[in-house]
Design a protein around this ligand. Structure first.
Ligand SMILES: Nc1ncnc2c1ncn2[C@@H]1O[C@H](COP(=O)(O)OP(=O)(O)OP(=O)(O)O)[C@@H](O)[C@H]1O
Ligand SMILES: [Mg+2]
Length: 343
């Protein structure tokens, strides 16, 4: 542990709301831990401090936000830096996924020791599964637990209609990523696969996939790379092989729904609603959809000046969500049919 006087000074800087003094004492603590050869702890403290610097407007940002990579033709930002604010208690995971993620995080923390044994840690993860089951959330949770920022990019912003521009965009993103240690999150990763039809004619797709694979293979960094898709069937098998771990995030079980209901309704009285009794009626919905039912019920409760979420209010919200899903599925089918017809 750091010396008592350093801790006292740290607390005082908090009372004085003095950011600069806080950072200076924090740096002393880190240096002291380093001196004691507590390199893991020192590294983790350093990362947390750097992350907080980025998110605190009163402190000089560590990352140069003005130089975020942009698409040459559209001038659209290719990445954004996000703050991770949700932790393990905010996500419901299967036991297997939980175990895998904990192992990967432990590897991250003990990377140096593993390297000294000639073993590389797992750094490239692919998350797949239906929408609303926690792929993006899990990326955020990992970042928060490791004290890292998220370098977030949607693949469809990278894919450009201009010949050659997609590979150039990818290179810009990877180049920028080398400037820090983050969770680099490639969302909507299937945009590579989806663009197959548009791009095959001029062989662009092959080039895009090849350049992504080359960049991924050559990417040397402390960061974790996560790609997420809910259309894994569209991905090339060459892409699958490049990931160290593939996690499927499925729709919640009845037991998961029960836990989700308990958590999401915790902020408001609901004495007549028994999560264990109603969970099975929500089976088949995603986590996000169950969450929406709860939030909708709370909204109705507040707007109608009810003192509690009653079974009737909850039933009404469930019905509304089911209607919403019906409309989405019909629209989805229509879009798929029109795509088929146009081929
Ligand atoms: N496993 C989960 N545990 C707890 N909450 C969840 C879970 N999955 C989703 N949620 C809730 O639903 C929201 C939306 O989920 P998220 O964006 O992570 O889904 P996704 O799998 O990335 O979906 P998409 O494929 O549409 O990108 C989350 O922000 C969270 O509030
Ligand atoms: Mg997502």
């Amino acid at each position: 542990m750091a010396r008592g006087d350093l801790l006292k000074r740290l607390f005082l800087t908090y009372l004085q709301r003095n950011d600069d003094a806080f950072r200076s004492v924090a740096m002393e603590i880190i240096a002291e831990e380093q001196k004691k050869n507590h390199t893991l702890l020192a590294g983790e403290l350093q990362r947390i401090l750097s992350n907080s610097a980025m998110n605190n407007s009163t402190v000089e940002p560590r990352y140069d936000l003005s130089s975020l990579p942009k698409d040459r033709e559209r001038h659209a930002l290719l990445v954004e830096i996000r703050k991770a604010e949700r932790y393990f208690p905010d996500i419901i995971l299967s036991k297997e996924n939980q175990k895998t993620i904990e192992e990967i995080m432990e590897e991250f923390r003990r990377g140096e020791i593993l390297r000294s044994h000639g073993i590389n840690r797992r750094t490239k993860l692919l998350f797949c599964g239906p929408p609303g089951c926690g792929k993006t959330l899990l990326g955020e949770v990992i970042a928060a637990e490791l004290g890292l920022p998220i370098l977030y990019t949607r693949f469809d912003t990278i894919v450009s209609s201009y010949l050659g521009e997609t590979s150039a965009n990818l290179r810009k993103v990877f180049d920028y990523a080398t400037r820090g240690t983050w969770v680099i999150f490639f969302d909507e990763f299937d945009a590579i696969g989806k663009s197959r039809d548009d791009l095959t004619e001029h062989g662009e797709l092959k080039r895009v996939i090849n350049s992504f694979l080359q960049l991924l293979d050559g990417f040397r960094s402390e960061s974790l790379v996560i790609a997420a898709t809910n259309h894994e069937h569209l991905l090339d098998t060459a892409l699958w092989r490049r990931f160290d771990e593939i996690l499927r995030l499925e729709r919640p079980s009845v037991q998961d729904i029960r836990i989700l209901l308990t958590k999401k309704l915790a902020s408001i009285p609901h004495p007549q609603i028994k999560p264990e009794a109603i969970a099975s009626s929500l089976k088949g919905l995603s986590h996000a959809e169950v969450e929406r039912v709860c939030y909708d019920a709370i909204r109705l409760c507040v707007l109608r000046d009810s003192s509690e979420v009653t079974p009737e209010l909850f039933e009404e919200s469930m019905e509304r969500e089911k209607q919403r899903l019906k409309i989405i599925r019909t629209a989805d089918k229509r879009i798929k049919n029109s795509v088929k017809a146009s081929k």
